[in-house]
Design a protein around this ligand. Structure first.
Ligand code: GLP
Length: 260
């Protein structure tokens, strides 16, 4: 696990975009795992800018999103499909058929979850997964208590998550209670993971996920077991890390060939 502390969210996003650019330079048909929420927005803006200036090409890319609310159609302004279309897909040259977001209206949800796993497998697995972090430690929508061996499935959203996400809806009553999410084990199979977190509000949960004990009560703590994970955070989100100075020293002392 590599913890990278940058002065601002913008710097973190630029670093993430460079890492994605580097991946696509070596593998034009890479499979990207994408996330929603406010955290990835600066990254998506940077990817759009790089795509416009022809620094990055998404023509061969396939994408899989982490999760979706059950009950929301893809054209609902609060659905994650809609979010992805608005914030990224419509502004980059990824082909529409290559983007995957779970279907919140699937009739046979369990069949859809299996098909999602199968589609990821059929593409050769996810090369690089973007993650945000829920204030309760969730990744995707894997709430505290999620099996660390879980696969794509239906979850019930925690009250805290519905409260946090109510800002995107007209009222908390409108926030769906259920979702489809990639499982913890699905995420752990991604070859490379970049988790982003910004702001003081994420400082405590970042400290628990990075330096606390590994526990299904903080699903993001399982990332401590992954060999290719970068935790890319701003100073505010890093403010409760006991070993922040050490992480900075490691990063500053990286040999040139490892630099991002
Ligand atoms: C939602 C998403 C997560 C995301 C989290 C954090 O719950 N399902 O994937 O990481 O929100 O959101 P934000 O980035 O807005 O803090």
């Amino acid at each position: 696990m590599e913890v990278i502390i940058q002065p601002s969210a913008k710097d973190c996003a630029a670093m993430g975009a460079r890492l994605i650019g580097k991946l696509l330079d070596s593998k034009a048909d890479a499979v990207l795992g994408l996330a929603t929420g406010s955290t990835p927005l600066p990254l998506y803006r940077e990817l759009v800018r790089m795509n416009r200036s022809e620094e990055i090409d998404f023509t061969g890319v396939t994408s899989f999103n982490l999760d979706e609310y059950i009950g929301l159609p893809g054209d609902h302004p609060c659905s994650y499909r809609y979010f992805m279309e608005q914030e990224l897909f419509k502004d980059i040259n990824i082909s529409a058929g290559q983007t995957h977001v779970p279907d919140g209206l699937a009739v046979d949800v369990s069949e859809q979850c299996n098909a999602y796993e199968e589609a990821i497998r059929a593409c050769g697995g996810i090369d690089l997964q973007i993650l945000g972090l829920g204030s309760d430690g969730h990744i995707g929508f894997n709430e505290p208590g999620s099996s660390l061996g879980s696969r794509t499935r239906v979850k019930t959203l925690a009250g805290k998550t519905r409260e946090d996400n109510a800002r995107f809806f007209d009222s908390i009553e409108e926030v769906p209670r259920h979702c489809i999410t990639m499982g913890v084990a699905t995420i752990m199979e991604c070859r490379q993971i970049l988790l982003f977190a910004f702001g003081e509000a994420k400082a405590e949960i970042i400290a628990r996920a990075v330096e606390g004990p590994l526990s299904s009560m903080v699903p993001a703590s399982v990332l401590q077991m992954h060999q290719e994970v970068k935790i890319i955070i701003d100073e505010a989100a890093a403010s409760r890390l006991e070993h922040a100075d050490y992480y900075k020293e490691v990063f500053a002392g990286k040999p040139a060939w490892q630099c991002i």
